[in-house]
Design a protein around this ligand. Structure first.
Ligand SMILES: Cc1ncc(COP(=O)(O)O)c(C=O)c1O
Length: 321
């Protein structure tokens, strides 16, 4: 049995984007609004956390523990989920403690998460282990949520989202979105298999972590399939993702990110974020200009949230420069 708690406002709307479609000369553009999942300003992680927190509650955990960057949307949504479920939350965040908490970090504090700052990704792992050990010693029951909420349980969130898309009766030729730790993409691919989806699923990579991303995705999809008692296994060569738009590195704004955020705001009134969805939108716009899509195809941009980071330095200044 796969446990789940209801945290998100679902189904999220699908909206046409006629102005951007006209501006770019086709294909037909649509957007799925997972920025509107609700909990703690929403975003894609809430779909995963419904299953991860469900598992935590089934194990009688009393504290959710996870890690990410200082402006992590994942950590902000875990903190909000803990608040909603009456659990405690401890976060290990990579980066300096800023003088003023802004954006996602401000929301972490408002949700009453206890934050541990670490200087690098390397020290993050050891600190995470130390936090979990300390909680256990205090007699608490910590539940460790992996980076980005990406494991077989988290994959259920986006596998289920493909069932939601099918129920909405919308069948795009392409789904384009920001991909990072892989849980969103893996879930979409697993759900696409379960729903006989015939379109293509294209992730735009936002970070430069040197890793074999196909192996990461394969392990996540197959782990999810095992949880669903499915014998199907994904072909590792079947994943579609682009590494053409992550050259500046994670969270370092490049001109195509800024254009993505600006065009969606100016032409559709849609608020993207500087790190993930702005980068994916910049990639989408470039692919359209290069003629990657056929003019009559339907392209669904899956908005994964993240807007709170807009209200943090250094993004505020960079976006208006
Ligand atoms: C706004 C936003 N979009 C996309 C992603 C990428 O999702 P995943 O880590 O499942 O690949 C994240 C992850 O942190 C995110 O915060």
């Amino acid at each position: 049995m796969i446990n789940r708690v209801q945290l998100a406002n679902l189904p999220t709307p699908i909206e046409p984007m006629p102005n951007l479609t006209r501006l770019l000369g086709g294909p037909e553009l649509f957007i799925k609004r997972d920025d509107l999942t609700g909990l703690g300003i929403g975003g894609n992680k809430t779909r995963k956390i419904e299953y991860l927190a469900g598992d935590a509650l089934a194990q009688d955990a009393d504290t959710l523990v996870t890690a990410g960057a200082v402006q992590s949307n994942h950590c902000r949504q875990v903190a909000a989920a803990a608040a909603k479920l009456g659990l405690r939350c401890e976060l290990v965040l990579t980066g300096e403690k800023p003088e003023h908490a802004q954006g996602n970090l401000l929301l972490d504090f408002l949700s009453d998460a206890k934050v541990h700052f670490v200087s690098s990704r390397e020290t993050r792992e050891s600190t995470l282990e130390a936090v979990v050990a300390a909680l256990s010693q205090q007699g608490r029951k910590p539940y460790l949520i992996p980076y980005g909420g990406s494991n077989a349980i988290g994959v259920m969130g986006y596998a289920n989202a493909m069932h939601e898309l099918q129920q909405q009766g919308f069948n795009p030729d392409w789904i384009v979105f920001a991909t990072s730790s892989g849980g969103t993409q893996a879930g979409l691919v697993l759900g696409a298999h379960e729903t006989n989806f015939t379109g293509k699923i294209l992730g735009i990579r936002v970070d430069l972590i040197p890793q074999d991303f196909s192996s990461v995705l394969t392990n996540l999809v197959n782990g999810g399939a095992v949880l669903c008692h499915s014998r199907w296994r994904v072909d590792p060569a079947s994943f579609l993702y682009s590494s053409d738009y992550n050259h500046a590195g994670y969270g370092v704004l490049q001109p195509s990110d800024i254009e993505g955020v600006r065009l969606f705001a100016r032409y559709e009134g849609v608020t993207l974020d500087p790190v993930y969805t702005g980068r994916a939108a910049g990639g989408l716009i470039d692919l359209i200009r290069k003629g990657f899509f056929k003019p009559n195809e339907k392209v669904l941009f899956w908005h994964t949230g993240g807007a709170p980071a807009l209200f943090a330095e250094p993004y505020q200044t960079a976006l208006l420069a």
